[in-house]
Design a protein around this ligand. Sequence first.
Ligand code: SF4
Ligand code: SF4
Ligand code: FES
Length: 576
Amino acid sequence: MNFTIEVNNQKIEAVKGETLLDTLTANGIKVPTLCHMKGMIPTGACRICVVEQKLTGKLITACSYPVEEGMQILTNSPKVTESRKTIVELLLSNHPDDCLYCSRNKNCELQDLAETYHVRERRIRGKKNTHHLDLSSASIVRDPAKCILCARCVRVCDEIMNVNAIDILYRGSKSEIGTTFNKGLNTSSCVNCGQCIMVCPTGALTEKDHFPEILEALAHTNKTVVVQYAPSITVSIAEELGLKAGEDLNGIMNAALRKIGFDYVFDTSFTADLTIMEESAELIHRIVNGGTLPMITSCCPGWVKYAEEFAPEFIPNLSSCKSPQQMMGALVKSHFAEISNLKPEDIYSVSIMPCTAKKFEGQRKEMTQKGISDIDAVLTTREFVKLIQLFGIDMNNIEPQLADSPLGIRSSAGKLFANSGGVMEAAIRTAYFKLNGKEMVNFKIPPLRGTKGCKTAKIQITEKLEIGVAVVSGLSNAEELLKEIKNGRKDIHFIEVMACPGGCISGGGQPINSNEEALKERIKSIYKIDEKEPIKVSHKNPEIIDIYKDFLGEPLSHKSHDLLHTSYAKRDDVIL
Ligand code: SF4
Ligand code: SF4
Ligand code: FES
């Protein structure tokens, strides 16, 4: 039911059942929020969203107050402004004064609020926090001194990721966010997804910095420094560089990486193609030989750690394929080293990923050859943009270049890995070809596209074989599907799981505070690449054909197993 309310002496439309904040936002009236999270039940904890009821002078929280017919509201009265300013001053009263050195400088909601409400001095002095930095995780750094206790991280970890690694500990002024027994994050169930970083309004949560090591490697003349970039990176950096959101900067990025000083530039979408070759062969093998089904993808390290901790009974269902990052790492320090006359230990291998969990994955003990790590350092998309800025690269004034070859040519199927449903779509294209000897008539599988948390479809692979597939993103959605399977659901044969809602395109290493439109543009850009490019299937990538001919033999060969496959195990004690 629609009705009108009065806001700042003007009539606006409202819909019954909405919160006041929903109504104000829909009508273009901005109200600041901190603890509020779109789509989640409001807690009303921070009170920064207060507005004034005109008739009573009472302050109410817009995020949690239901809109009522005939309401009269003031959103910017002196009382409202003063109240919000006091809240900001209280939050700042014990906040460290290190904005200049903070990684969220100029991208901090608290800093923005201080600016909006003209906080120009520290009027209220609180006791400074003495909390220590938590550097124990391979992926996430926690700085509790910068925490304003909005609890957004706790909610995303619990309600979206179903991990519950962190919570509000203690009471009153002693409250802080922490893990069980307030130990380091590495002793918790944290899966390193970085979604808590994405929602944190301040610099209390950031990724583990690999910058210094990379700068050192680039300056170190004895090392050959190679870099790979994940499928989503080329369409996610534009907005951070002041360009049109979603613009594909692939060629420009290749050139920029060479200007920065990387000796070789490889495209992880090439190993995404390789993953498809191995994974589709594995799926067919399992279906034909009665192996464990449903098979579940294993390219997302956040999901893999979740399975090891929370769903070990599904470990046999995980594909044994390494992720594209790790396949590239393994090939660089074997095949590429060999053809380039380099010793693996003389190669420094960097990857640029949309994901904080890739930092964790890169240092897993399974991801080594003769004690040498396949991946030496991982940069998130955000860190990569900082690297571009540090080296003063003008992305508007640079000629596009191709990635290095081999390991640099991809199909558009490999590129689809960026979007939720992309791995599944790419795998089906190749599995279909392998079983029928001909290509699909239409490569596009619409039910598997979009950002819905759980998508399912039935695919007629051959005349006699129809398979059920599911694509889930967000670990709570994965948990729901796993429950159904445990309870006897039998119609699903292949599942793609990505820990982050919407997949890698909105991974925990992507730009913070991107709006929904930017996200949609990135997704669109990936599908546009798939539409316009001629090689739409992994098995037609000429470099994939060559690497099997010259080096690997065939999918699931002995060599493939050695380099491209791995195994996972139940985690009893939570470490790293
Ligand atoms: S990284 Fe993910 S799992 Fe770990 S605390 Fe943050 S939200 Fe939770
Ligand atoms: S760590 Fe960040 S998201 Fe979590 S409660 Fe503190 S300020 Fe909020
Ligand atoms: S945003 Fe409304 S109470 Fe925090």
